[in-house]
Design a protein around this ligand. Structure first.
Ligand code: BDR
Ligand code: CA
Length: 309
């Protein structure tokens, strides 16, 4: 089977960690590199978390540090969701793992330009690194198959009434990506709020055994506490959706829309505005995931955790 070559650009982050676990366990994906951005926590913390997660699951892909702040704004973090470390609740040991001595965009450029087949990018944090990549090295776009991202909300946001966190933190970068002409699959809150891991799923995960399953259960348990306070019946597995769409697109329901990013609105900066008018002539720029076969998705995650033994 021809594996899909991918680069994961993340800000771990509890659900980013599960996305990494899912991607590295999949026989359908070939993870060529991991790049990191500031987002859920500062870059120093998300980079340290990425190293710890990768070392813990026994993977050492080329890894590079990216942006420590959005393209034109100050960084806002999500400490209330992910804790002070960005990965609170399931501590991991320090590692001797070093990042490349050059920035994330240079690692992305090398991997994309040097790969015989077009590469797919999977961003699970603010889109700053991609915004810089597309601006600095626009020629790489011709060897990018697709961007499969977690971000945005068609009906509503979470960071504000209009904006989802990843897009709201760096709307200018998001605008560059959505206007890039590269095919986009978008997993907005509309689908990720249906991609819930419930307490009974967590129990199943724990019972499956293995060190990665046990760690993932502890991690998701911490993250779930925030979502319980928000009234959710389970923990939304936001970022794993962007990976799962590549592994099992058949478990998603999608619609193609023209999606614009609001960068200036007083109340709406960071909004992902999908043109849903049935008479719209705007050319779609994104395949938007709107629904998911939740049990099948949870099975993918639980099986992935178990596969590490
Ligand atoms: C997104 O924000 C972060 O907290 C998560 O990791 C996810 O990428 C959800 O809005
Ligand atoms: Ca994330």
């Amino acid at each position: 089977m021809n594996k899909i070559p991918v680069i994961i650009d993340c800000d771990p982050g509890h659900d980013d960690a599960i996305a990494l676990i899912l991607a590295f366990a999949s026989e359908k994906l070939d993870v060529k590199a991991v790049t990191v951005t500031g987002g859920n926590q500062t870059l120093a913390k998300t980079l340290c978390n990425a190293k710890k997660i990768l070392a813990f699951i026994g993977k050492r892909p080329p890894l590079a540090a990216g942006a420590d702040k959005p393209m034109f704004r100050e960084l806002e973090t999500a400490a209330e969701v992910h804790g002070e470390s960005g990965l609170d609740g399931a501590a991991l040991p320090e590692t001797g793992y070093s990042e490349e001595p050059f920035p994330a965009v240079d690692l992305m450029r090398r991997v994309i330009a040097g790969n015989p087949q077009p590469v797919t990018l999977i961003p699970t944090g603010p889109l700053t690194n991609l915004g810089i990549l597309f601006t600095t090295y626009p020629e790489v776009k011709k060897n990018i198959a697709r961007v499969s991202l977690m971000g945005g909300g068609i009906e509503a946001g979470n960071w504000s009434a209009a904006a989802e966190f990843n897009i709201g933190v760096d709307p200018e970068a998001a605008e560059i990506v959505f206007a890039s002409g590269v095919p986009i699959t978008m997993c907005p809150l509309d689908v990720t709020h249906k991609a819930l891991m419930t307490p009974s799923d967590l129990e199943t995960l724990r019972k499956r055994g293995g060190r990665v399953s046990a760690w993932a259960a502890k991690l998701i348990d911490f993250y779930f506490q925030y979502y319980i306070r928000q009234g959710f019946a389970g923990a939304p597995m936001h970022d794993p959706c962007a990976v799962a769409w590549l592994i099992a697109p058949e478990i998603f329901k999608t619609a193609d829309y023209s999606v614009a990013i609001e960068t200036r609105g007083r109340h709406t900066a960071g909004m992902t505005l999908a043109d849903r008018r049935i008479w719209s002539r705007a050319k779609p720029n994104a395949t938007v995931c709107l629904d998911i076969d939740r049990p099948a998705f949870i099975r993918l995650i639980i099986d992935a955790c178990k596969s590490y033994g």
